[in-house]
Design a binder for this molecule. Structure first.
Ligand code: UTP
Length: 289
């Protein structure tokens, strides 16, 4: 069995919910306290055993390439000023044994289309996908939880979250045949159904493990909801040939693609930040609201 060594980060979306901040810079570079969303995602991947990071970037995303590249001028300056801690912080963004690849998605044609851009680099192996705007805080990295299931089942695994059915129009929603604790044998999946049509309150969130067959299913997909090539439709056709599992992961997700989720993450991460925790907690306690 092939191990999961590659992750795809689709970061070529327009991020319209964050305009004007995302006019010229990607939403995935928005920081939660002092670290950009995409770096949290890369750290989750690396601590899940991933060795190759594949970024699907768009028109405004060269800054993501720069973030994962070395920065000789900055590093020399920090060295000259003997700022060793900061130097280490900058140098460890990409650990030594990790390779980064960047592919340009030539138009924001949907998540399925973005993932397909990685086909030649993934090269007929199973692989993972992380959507960096879903920030997940957990003891065991969320992606590692999915990879552990993949290693047992050898088939696609999707991260699931129980949502309020009223919100079904924002997610891919599954229907299932059977369940074993938090693991669901998926029967069907539909992109953004209305609450009336949603078959469950189980939503797919931004972590996936796919077999390479997903690429041929994306190639067959027509444009779906929002006139985009949806990954949900490719997953639905993959299910005609093989089992797909969904897993309610252990952890807390912040939808940092929305302003409210972004603010929640900022507050919770600031409350745990070693330089800020005490001062920020006091500030919140005294805030008159
Ligand atoms: P979203 O729909 O959440 O992101 O896509 P968006 O389109 O950038 O944001 P809004 O809705 O306009 O505010 C989910 C993920 O898929 C990526 C996005 O970057 C995000 O991480 N994506 C989406 C692509 O890489 N390419 C696309 O064509 C579409």
């Amino acid at each position: 069995m092939k191990k999961i060594k590659k992750v795809v980060f689709p970061v070529a979306g327009l991020g319209t919910r964050f305009l004007p901040a995302t006019k010229a810079s990607p939403k995935e570079m928005l920081p939660i306290v002092d670290k950009p969303l995409i770096q949290y995602a890369a750290e989750e991947a690396v601590s899940s055993g991933i060795k190759e990071l594949i970024f699907i970037i768009g028109r405004t995303k060269n800054v993501i390439m720069d973030h994962f590249d070395s920065a000789p001028e900055l590093e020399n300056e920090l060295l000259a000023k003997n700022k060793k801690t900061l130097l280490k912080l900058v140098q460890k963004i990409v650990p030594k044994n990790i390779d980064c690849f960047f592919v340009r998605q030539n138009k924001p044609a949907g998540l399925g289309h973005a993932i397909h851009c990685a086909k030649n680099i993934v090269n007929n192996e199973p692989f993972a996908v992380i959507l960096a705007d879903d920030l997940i805080k957990s003891q065991t990295p969320c992606l590692k939880q999915l990879i552990d299931i993949y290693n047992e089942k050898e088939t696609a695994v999707l991260a699931l979250e129980k949502i309020n059915k009223k919100e079904s129009g924002k997610y891919g929603i599954i229907e299932y045949n059977s369940k074993n604790n938090n693991l669901y044998d998926v029967k069907s999946i539909v992109e953004k159904p209305s609450p009336k049509n949603a078959k469950s309150n189980l939503a797919v969130v931004g972590r996936y493990v796919f077999p390479p067959e997903i690429f041929s299913q994306i190639e067959k997909s027509k444009t779906g909801v929002g006139k985009e090539i949806q990954i949900t439709d490719a997953i639905a056709s993959l299910m005609n040939n093989q089992a797909v599992y969904g897993y309610i992961f252990d952890g807390k997700r912040f939808d940092c693609g929305s302003k409210f989720g972004y603010l929640q993450a900022t507050i919770e991460y600031a409350l745990e930040h070693k330089e800020l925790s005490k001062e920020f907690r006091n500030y919140l306690k005294n805030l008159k609201i």
